[in-house]
Design a protein. Structure first.
Length: 322
């Protein structure tokens, strides 16, 4: 016979949930509006404590369902500038200010967050990519690194999309568009908890896990990171490029990826096909070896011109003799 929880146990659970929910709501209010902070506020008076709370609020084990937060907030009579903001709006403002690469601009008005389960799920919904066109089945989960793509003539372009998980490739133009990734000390915390949330739920697509795997393929050495930094795709605030490589290596440990439901199947197939074309490699090698600087281009052009004039002179000399 299954054990039946006593009324006191249930009451304790809801009391704890209510207290935790009230704490989260007050933290969001105080973070957004200084008027809610006291002169010796428990969170904001010690200058370092708010950063610990900032990280803790993004941990999966600390999440409370949004419907609980919304209900507790609804019962309160807290207004800001004669307006009562929703918990989603307060959370959006928090992420916009403190995690600027995770919640940007007016995206709140363009996405339906009504089904968001909690703060971590909210982040995932922010960056959920548009569905890519159906593609043939992926045979091998492998793709060239950034350096290899560069050598094959792929151009790396900073995407205009604010969705981190949005990666697109135009095979006709050889343009790989990747959204900006700002890497700071707390970035790994957010990515890991989004990844953990996906793996704990039976979701149709594991966008975050697929993105981590894809970036792990792209970034396997410091040179790969260097190229992405030069193209403003990665904004690296870590101590070195090696740390970026290590970050994705660690994230890919026990990262669950399905070949049948891999979101970037079409992208990988297109990249592999582009790199297998010899003409692309020859053209890229010519450009990178002989036209990589203006002076090199002038020298090559001068040499070609001299060669053509020499050939013309030789032909003219032969015609005169004949």
């Amino acid at each position: 016979m299954p054990e039946i929880c006593s009324f006191s146990t249930i009451e304790k659970f809801f009391r704890a949930a209510a207290m935790s929910g009230a704490t989260v709501i007050m933290f969001l209010l105080k973070w957004n509006y200084r008027d809610f902070r006291g002169s010796r506020d428990n969170i904001f008076y010690p200058p370092w404590k708010k950063f610990d709370v900032k990280a803790d609020i993004c941990l999966l084990e600390n999440q409370l369902p949004f419907f609980i937060l919304e209900e507790l907030y609804r019962l309160s009579s807290i207004f800001v500038n004669s307006r009562k903001y929703t918990v989603i709006e307060l959370t959006h403002r928090f992420f916009t200010v403190e995690w600027d690469s995770w919640a940007v601009g007016d995206i709140l008005e363009k996405i339906d967050f009504s089904e968001a389960k909690h703060l971590v799920d909210l982040l995932r919904i922010y960056h959920q990519p548009t569905k890519q066109k159906p593609s043939e089945k992926l045979q091998v989960l492998a793709a060239p690194s950034v350096k290899e793509l560069h050598q094959a003539g792929v151009k790396f372009v900073l995407s205009s999309s604010k969705k981190l998980l949005e990666v697109k490739f135009d095979g006709n133009k050889g343009r790989l568009e990747i959204s900006r990734l700002k890497l700071v000390d707390g970035t790994e915390i957010i990515i890991r908890n989004m990844q953990a949330f996906e793996q704990c739920h039976d979701l149709k697509y594991d966008y975050v896990g697929d993105y981590i795997f894809l970036m792990g393929l792209f970034v396997s050495a410091c040179k790969d990171v260097e190229i992405l930094v030069e193209n403003r795709i990665i904004e690296n605030w870590l101590s070195s490029n090696e740390e970026v490589v290590q970050l994705f290596y660690n994230l890919n440990k026990e990262n669950l990826v399905s070949r049948d439901d891999f979101h970037f199947t079409g992208l990988i197939n297109d990249l592999n096909a582009f790199c297998e074309r010899p003409w692309n490699k020859w053209k890229a090698n010519l450009k990178q070896s002989y036209f990589n600087t203006p002076w090199a281009a002038i020298s090559v052009s001068g040499a070609v011109t001299l060669l053509i004039l020499t050939v013309i002179q030789s032909v003219c000399s032969i015609l005169q003799v004949v």
